[in-house]
Design a protein around this ligand. Structure first.
Ligand code: FMN
Length: 357
């Protein structure tokens, strides 16, 4: 594990190792406010070179799931400060993932006054869990007006400033997995006829405007972006493969011009190697790959220079001391799927650490 466990320094990123803890929603933020239990969970995992937090909503309207945190109020800033302090105290680095759920939402999960919105008023197929009334179909989103788009963009920028106030080392824009940013990118969820719909450039302008304004507000070196090309998760319908390829080639080029810290790709079935290659070529900053990696496949990927860092989701969820276990070739805990999204510490902060030996 020579590469994985060695220090990583590039641009402004200086990390203790090449392991990233992937962003994972855990639904422990009662009333959407981060708390001491969450700080304990992240502190336990601070041996990762970089932690990316669970998806955190920039505004009230992005709180589609139960008990996910936000980053738009002073209480949320103060709550997140517990986590950043705890992680930094242990020598870790931590970025906040900004996730606006858009149409992947149900009104019963959201606070008073919040609306389910989308690039267009196209409802997502399928159901989601609500604490109040159990499984429900997704709510139909309202198409954002031009002013609504500007408000959403401003919400991301303010949330990024709040993240820095709360002590985060940076923020990651969640442009993957079918949430609001991808709802703009994918032509099947974006039938707008204004400057945010139609061409690849127009559909990409939502995320690019956010990234540009965030760079002005907090500094380009504190920004990362996650994408999941070819993914159909959350009812993202597949579209023309050449167009998908060109979309991500274009995003990589533009984010390279902007010189952000990293691009993070969630890999899944159907992803095309040539698209990964063009992103690697067009973007000269840090590239993080994620999705189904084992320590062995991660090491090979780093050796081949196909990525700079590897993010692990479920492995970090179940193994708070994952990097230590890799170093000792120790057995791994398996993940307790039943408690991924339940409230409380069970299946959250009670995974055993390796005994001292
Ligand atoms: C419980 C759970 C919650 C997740 N929540 C998020 C999230 O909030 N944001 C995100 O970008 N990805 C999320 N993911 C996806 C992970 O970041 C990662 O892409 C996925 O687990 C695949 O990596 P792995 O094979 O190493 O687990 C989640 C995954 C799991 C298992």
């Amino acid at each position: 594990m020579n590469h994985l466990l060695s220090q990583y320094i590039k641009g402004s990123l200086s990390l203790n190792n090449h392991l990233v803890m992937a962003p994972m929603t855990r639904s422990r933020a009662i009333n959407n406010i981060p708390n001491a239990l969450m700080a304990e969970y992240y502190a336990q995992r601070s041996g990762a070179g970089l932690i990316i937090t669970e998806g955190t909503s920039p505004t009230k309207d992005g709180l589609g799931y139960c008990r996910i945190p936000g980053m738009y109020s002073q209480e949320q800033i103060d709550g997140w400060r517990l986590t950043t302090d705890a992680v930094h105290k242990k020598g870790g680095k931590i970025f906040l993932q900004l996730m606006h759920t858009g149409r992947i939402s149900h009104i019963a999960n959201m606070p008073e006054g919040a609306k389910v919105i989308g690039a267009s008023n196209i409802k997502a197929a399928g159901q989601m869990y609500t604490d109040v009334i159990g499984m429900q179909e997704h709510s139909e989103p309202e198409a954002l007006t031009s002013e609504g788009i500007q408000e959403a963009i401003d919400g991301y920028v303010l949330a990024s400033e709040n993240a820095i106030r709360a002590g985060f080392d940076g923020v990651e824009l969640h442009g993957a997995n079918g949430y609001l940013i991808e709802q703009f990118l994918n032509p099947n969820t974006n039938n707008r006829t204004d400057v945010f719909g139609g061409s690849i450039e127009n559909r990409a302008s939502f995320v690019l405007q956010i990234a540009e304004k965030m760079a002005d507000a907090i500094g380009k070196e504190k920004i990362g972006a996650k994408f999941s090309p070819y993914s159909t998760f959350n009812d993202m319908q597949a579209y023309d493969k050449d167009e998908v390829h060109q979309t991500y080639a274009y995003l990589a080029e533009k984010l390279n011009d902007l010189d952000i810290a990293y691009i993070h790709l969630g890999l899944g079935p159907g992803v095309q190697q040539k698209t990964l290659n063009v992103i690697r070529t067009n973007f000269t900053g840090t590239l993080i790959l994620n999705g189904g990696f084992t320590p062995e496949s991660a090491e090979i990927t780093l050796t081949n220079n196909a990525a700079d860092l590897i993010a692990f989701g479920r492995s970090y969820l179940a193994n708070p001391d994952y990097e230590r276990r890799l170093g000792k070739d120790a057995p791994l805990n398996s993940a307790d799927f039943n408690n991924f999204y339940t409230a409380g510490k069970e299946g959250y902060t009670d995974y055993p650490f390796l005994q001292n030996n």
